[in-house]
Design a protein around this ligand. Structure first.
Ligand code: NAD
Length: 324
């Protein structure tokens, strides 16, 4: 499988380095308008550097492309790649508007290529274990959950993140990770109620989701915390609580309600063996292309996550809950 990477910023470097070490994959090009970024990754990976998509398309052989461009460019380059009959692995959010996301999904379908969106949280072992704890019945029926994602404002280093026309802001860019995770774990959402606070330094959003299964979740996204970037999630079921906190070394803990009068509370800390979730994700997407199989996260899931983000935006704007 021959793969290229378009956009050599933060995520482009991650994708390119993973592909360069992935068995059965050849990285045949890395591309960025900023020539020194493309040259640096080219030096790290041995893949040829290109400075425009069009030049890479003409000169590199490839079956699939990772699109790691700023979010406002996802649609344009996904459609160009699909037209050239290349499979697309695009970073999240799928797009900034639902109309654009729809065009991307249809454009890939029409051209007979696959479209994958990098909702990487599903590939974090701790988060996958949270879902597994619920699916297996270990904590009983889902009641209440909480997820938060907190870090410095990426717009301090990369100005496009501060422009909502280009990044979508903290809800569409950051909260979307947990919106996707919670929908994956809890099922479809019935309503969203959200609030947002923003000033020069920070962007903060808080949303309450009500699911069709009757459970509720609080989701918090914060750009403006001095650092380090960290995430937490907790799912309370009627038989126990499962939680993860990226600041703690033992990142997954299960605390079960005692089931009999004398039973002690059980705590089972786990440290899933570390493999980069980005590597797990990209390996999985490549495997899906190779085998023609369904992905753990589909383009339609990414569309639904964006739909939830837009519901949260609308609720924050109007002050009213949004029914889905
Ligand atoms: N999955 C995750 O955990 C995660 C984390 C951060 C960012 N992201 C997403 O990844 C995407 C990229 O974010 P980033 O932080 O890496 O951005 P970035 O600004 O670091 O990198 C984007 C790069 O694209 C290049 N570029 C812009 N227009 C181009 C063009 N037409 N042709 C070629 N190169 C072009 C820029 O020069 C820049 O180097 C965004 O959609 C973001 O939301 C995902």
């Amino acid at each position: 499988m021959k793969v290229v990477v378009l956009g050599c910023g933060g995520l482009g470097q991650i994708h390119a380095n993973i592909y360069s070490k992935l068995e059965g994959v050849e990285l045949t090009g890395v591309c960025d308008l900023q020539t020194e970024l493309a040259d640096n990754i080219s030096a790290q990976t041995g893949a040829p550097a290109f400075y425009s998509f069009e030049h890479m398309l003409e000169n590199a052989e490839f079956d699939a492309i990772s699109i790691t461009l700023p979010s406002y460019l996802h649609k344009e380059y996904t459609l160009l790649a699909a037209k050239a009959r290349k499979h697309v692995i695009c970073e999240k959010p799928i797009a900034l508007s639902l109309e654009d996301a729809d065009e991307m999904i249809n454009g890939c379908k029409t051209n007979g290529v696959r479209l994958f969106i990098g909702h990487v949280v599903r590939f974090f072992p701790e988060y996958a274990s949270l879902k597994e704890s619920l699916d297996s019945g270990a904590i009983g029926r889902a009641c209440v959950s909480h997820a938060s994602r907190v870090g410095p404002h990426p717009g301090d280093a990369k100005p496009w993140y501060k422009d909502h026309e280009r990044s979508g802001g903290v809800i569409v860019d950051l909260m979307i990770h947990d919106l996707d995770f919670l929908r994956w774990t809890m099922g479809e959402v019935k309503s969203v109620y959200a609030m947002q606070y923003q000033n020069e330094q920070l962007e903060y959003a808080l949303a309450t989701l009500q699911f069709e299964n009757g459970s509720i979740a609080n989701v918090e996204a914060n750009w403006g915390f001095p650092g380090p970037f960290h995430t937490k999630a907790e799912i309370a079921g009627n038989a126990g609580v499962v939680m993860t906190n990226s600041l703690k070394s033992s990142s997954l803990q299960i605390h079960k309600h005692p089931s009999g009068e004398t039973a002690p509370t059980v705590s089972i800390p786990e440290s899933p063996a570390f493999k980069s979730p980005y590597a797990l994700e990209l390996e999985h997407f490549i495997e899906c292309i190779r085998e023609g199989t369904e992905a753990i996260v589909t383009a339609s899931d990414a569309y639904k996550a964006l739909e939830l983000a837009h519901a949260a935006l609308e609720s924050a704007r109007t002050g009213k809950p949004v029914q889905l």
